[in-house]
Design a protein around this ligand. Structure first.
Ligand SMILES: [Fe+2]
Length: 178
């Protein structure tokens, strides 16, 4: 194995089930704080082109302590500085067009599925093939940084879809913590 490659590249496009084992607790708290969700303003906050993305989020800096604690209670991940996380909520009509989150090498991106009636998370592999992910509650979806992905539109008869994004600094001396 080459030493200079990111360890995460060995696990491209894997869904790791039961990464979070207290999804029910987290979801109960999310419902308690539903009023904290705010519309994401694509133009203002996304680095990359999100087009007409539509979703709601609770960012870490607005997150109640008990919700943060529940999120980090069971996932095998330690705190570091430069940790950034948010909860995403997609209601009927919400979606994110195909995009890449960051082209920089400084951030590691983790996506944890919480709830969805149907699969909506889609990514494109190195050959440009499209894959729709069978989203499992509590699963971590591993993808290489820079992987194009999208969230397809939630239909009117579906309950909201929820997920958690965690972005972490990837300084050389911090790589082991994830
Ligand atoms: Fe994204």
């Amino acid at each position: 194995m080459e030493q200079h490659g990111s360890m995460y590249q060995d696990k491209m496009y894997n869904q790791i089930e039961n990464y979070m084992t207290n999804v029910d607790e987290v979801m109960d708290l999310i419902h308690k704080y539903e009023y904290l969700f705010e519309n994401r303003d694509g133009a203002k906050t996304f680095n990359t082109s999100y087009g007409d993305a539509s979703l709601k989020q609770i960012h870490y800096y607005n997150m109640p302590k008990e919700l943060t604690e529940a999120i980090f209670k069971t996932i095998p991940m330690k705190w570091t500085n430069r940790l950034n996380y948010c909860i995403n909520k997609y209601e009927a009509g919400d979606h994110i067009p195909k995009h890449k989150d960051s082209d920089g090498a400084y951030w590691m991106f983790k996506l944890i599925f919480l709830q969805s009636d149907k699969p909506h998370f889609k990514y494109w592999d190195d050959e440009g093939n499209e894959h729709l992910v069978e989203e499992k509650a509590g699963a971590l979806f591993n993808m290489r940084l820079g992987t194009p992905h999208a969230v397809t539109e939630i239909a009117s008869d579906e309950s909201p879809k929820y997920s958690i994004c965690i972005m972490q600094g990837l300084d050389m001396n911090q790589r082991k913590v994830a």
